[in-house]
Write a protein that binds this ligand. Structure first.
Ligand code: ATP
Length: 320
């Protein structure tokens, strides 16, 4: 199927016969694969006498193009893998061979069959329409040193997207990237290992690059893509490269000084500061005025009973 998608990626018509010849399979087998492509959420136009094409075409991930967008200093300490289909890039990035010391591994997929958000929520990543990227960062300082990392990752995403022309981006604690109140990007951090020593930090990032109206409407909260934010097509390979740059620089800085170094910048993008919000955990909720974040990335909430600090984990913020 990846070869067929490679042929159709140009958005031009290809006859069933040509496709079959190039792939060395029968027309019936081509037709079967086209059906499988549609099941991934891609629209295949079929016109009698012309053949098949992929709606507006698609820019497939290309490791060489991604590398050409990565800064030289970052290239030396990163490893980039791309694949077509995986269950979850967060799982993939941990399941490959061990990564050499000092190297950050990045995995990207065209499609995640089981992309996930926090607390078992679903992250939707239609084929070739998003950046689904996971990074594996090895940290020897234990989980306590990771406080605020998920917020800092949101900031790295904003910085990468700004270099590609996105404006008016906001951060919703702890790490969603919003544009005009709609969700453009989600982040899922998973930590495995020793609370006081060596641990693997998996940083999963999903960014909508170009989705159809129907795909955006099917998300269970207002969502947007980069095409709508920038008013033009944005290259997925450029997004991937910039993201690897900003994330690598962020992880270097975070390893030295933690979230404290990024707090001021993070606050510049804070979507809800000073607003009335509700914080929701699995079995309770609390309402108050959102007063920003502390040096560890904890959320400061002023309530009738005083100022309280909430740390990431299982808490979700909603505007009251
Ligand atoms: P929180 O404030 O806890 O982060 P959240 O609802 O944004 O809340 P996440 O775990 O960050 O939760 O993300 C999962 C949610 O994101 C889904 O429940 C869905 O509402 C939304 N979502 C799923 N796929 C997409 C997508 N491609 N674009 C935008 N939003 C999406």
């Amino acid at each position: 199927m990846d070869k067929l998608l490679g042929l159709l990626a140009d958005g031009q018509f290809h006859s069933g016969e040509d496709l079959g010849e190039q792939l060395g399979i029968s027309r019936a087998a081509v037709w079967k694969k086209l059906k499988a492509i549609e099941e991934l959420g891609l629209a295949v136009d079929s016109v009698r006498g012309k053949g098949y094409r992929l709606g507006s075409g698609i820019e497939l991930l290309d490791n060489k193009k991604i590398q050409s967008n990565i800064d030289v200093d970052v290239r030396n300490k990163s490893e980039v893998h791309t694949c077509f289909i995986t269950e979850s890039t967060n799982d993939l990035v941990r399941n490959l061979e061990p990564v050499p010391a000092g190297v950050t591994r990045f995995c990207l997929a065209e499609y995640q069959a089981k992309g996930r958000g926090r607390r078992g929520r679903v992250w939707s990543s239609p084929f070739g329409s998003t950046i689904s990227l996971s990074a594996l960062w090895q940290n020897g300082e234990g989980t306590a040193s990771l406080e605020g990392l998920s917020l800092a990752v949101g900031l790295a995403v904003v910085k990468a997207l700004e270099t590609l022309g996105a404006r008016e981006l906001k951060l919703k604690w702890p790490n969603d990237v919003l544009w005009q109140g709609k969700k453009l990007c989600g982040v899922l951090l998973e930590v495995h290992g020793d609370p006081t020593g060596e641990c693997d930090v998996v940083i999963g990032i999903g960014i909508n690059v170009r989705l159809s109206d129907g795909q955006l409407e099917s998300v269970s909260q207002p969502a947007v893509d980069l095409f709508r934010v920038c008013g033009k097509t944005v290259s997925r390979n450029a997004v991937a490269g910039q993201l690897i740059n900003t994330l690598t620089h962020l992880l270097d800085g975070f390893g030295q000084g933690g979230f404290r170094l990024f707090r001021e910048q993070w606050c510049e993008y804070d979507a809800y500061r000073g607003k009335e919000v509700t914080l929701m955990a699995s079995n309770r909720s609390v309402t108050g005025r959102y007063m920003g974040v502390d040096d560890q990335g904890g959320l400061l909430l002023e309530t009738v009973s005083g100022l309280h600090i909430f740390n990431g984990g299982e808490v979700s913020l909603r505007q009251s």
